[in-house]
Ligand binder design. Sequence first.
Ligand code: F6P
Length: 361
Amino acid sequence: MKKRIGVLTGGGDCPGLNAVLRVITKTAIQDFGMEVYGFEDGYAGLVENRFRPLSSWDVSGILTLGGTILGTSNRANPFKYPILKKQKLTYRDLSNQALRHYRKLGLEAIIAIGGDGTLSIASHLMKMGFNMVGVPKTIDNDLKGTDFTFGFDSAVAIVTEAMDRIHTTAESHHRVMIVEVMGRYAGWIALYGGMAGGGDIILIPEIPFDFKKVFSKIKERHKMGKNFSIVVVAEGAYPFRGHQIVKQKVKGSPDPIRLGGISALLSEKIEKKTGFESRFTVLGHLQRGGSPTAFDRILATRFGYEALQLIVKGDFGKMVALQGNEIESIPIEQAIGDLKKVPLDHPLIKVGRSLGISFGN
Ligand code: F6P
């Protein structure tokens, strides 16, 4: 009998997911004669038994495609499954139902492609008897154990392009332009995007900022003859002795807090305190859309290939990870729990300071 494996994409979408699905499916079929079943909408497909067999043909031509052909969900936790009845939201533990589906399908293992939430669920499923292998994805790059997740480079490329475009208006109108980027509680996108896009001030959650330092940096630039400034602010950045701005609370989400709004506050204060005209742009979900960069296509492809090799070896409960230039595997437990934040001694912060970039402190 042919070996059969499952695959699912969970959490927020990001460029590169389809590249992983492509390599897993093609290699499983062509090199190992396996069957591949794709669960729809993340763990929802496993709980509700919604899946489709994937052929090489199904995954042909999707390398460059953003999003995920399987669909995804960041609410479908089998252990706390949201059920909406008569407009009332309740939760049930449907993990046993998921296990029944897994067994009935005769799956050897499931490859879960996702971030902290998806991989935490994978780790709990392992304890119930599922064989799981993880592939790390997130534009936020905040997963421990891997130097980079795929999706991050694509998001940084979008931020960089946006900053290049915003520069022209900043210079022409002598304005202070603020670009708010995603990243949740970590400042990776702001740091890399800000450095690549030539930001003058970069504000990240790891370094609570001082408004006065931000104002004085802008005034100092104007005095030097640079009568415009670009500020890159992470959605999770917050002022010293202040707090993060919550934009929205998403019912039914395991992580209901959605951050956002700091750029509007900054813009208002900058205009008031410096007298310079200011505008803000929230890049939002543009950062998660579109085609993956070459780096992400390759990283996603390497990750997917190695995840499949782990299944072939029967090495379950592992997540593939980029360490240096090598693809390694680590226990899923080592990647989840607390997030990988930007260390305060990160080389880019050091270089940034030497370049005269302010980090708001
Ligand atoms: O984790 C990826 C991410 O895009 C974060 O950067 C952002 O804060 C969040 O997801 C947005 O979530 P949603 O798509 O549910 O609004």
